[in-house]
Design a binder for this molecule. Structure first.
Ligand SMILES: [Zn+2]
Length: 165
């Protein structure tokens, strides 16, 4: 199988969660939440879990798509808190919190869509994921389906520009 096609289909799945939501985000959907989606796959490419950012919906500062997806995936994966061998796909470059969480979860690979030069911690502003001082460093592939992932954010912020000022 072509690895780049795998990466695209993984990010496409994350995009589906960004659009639709699932899990915690589903229970209390909020239009105020930035549409960011994440999905976790096991070593065989099977979807374990996915989530949409639900920070506003849950009133939870840590309810980023990646954190929600990692939690749900660990419950599904069956190796305690460990996600060894798994791939995390997310529509936007992870922030420092999510980068830290995915390293601690022992995810093997991170595939993301849009680069986030203001807050990104997987190569843009910081590189928390591949810091040489860490003994677990996942592989990172950025810019997968970047146009589609960026467009989703651009549409959201264009629609909310009136609210935020
Ligand atoms: Zn985050």
């Amino acid at each position: 199988m072509n690895p780049s096609q795998d990466d695209e289909s993984a990010v496409r799945e994350a995009l589906r969660f960004a659009h639709r939501g699932s899990g915690a985000g589903d229970a209390h959907p909020s239009d105020a939440d930035v549409p960011i989606g994440a999905a976790v796959f096991d070593a065989d490419g099977r979807l374990l879990a996915g989530a949409r950012n639900a920070r506003e919906a849950l009133g939870d500062p840590t309810a980023h798509a990646e954190v929600l997806a990692l939690r749900a995936a660990a419950a599904e994966h069956g190796d305690g808190w460990r996600l060894t061998g798994c791939t995390l796909a997310v529509t936007v470059e992870p922030c420092t919190m999510c980068a830290g969480a995915l390293v601690l979860a022992r995810v093997d690979r991170v595939v993301f869509g849009a680069w986030e030069p203001r807050t990104g911690a997987a190569g843009s502003l910081w590189d928390v994921v591949r810091d040489r001082r860490l003994n677990h460093r996942p592989e990172v592939i950025g810019g997968v389906l970047e146009t589609e992932c960026s467009a989703l954010l651009d549409e959201f912020f264009a629609a909310h520009r009136g609210d935020a000022g």
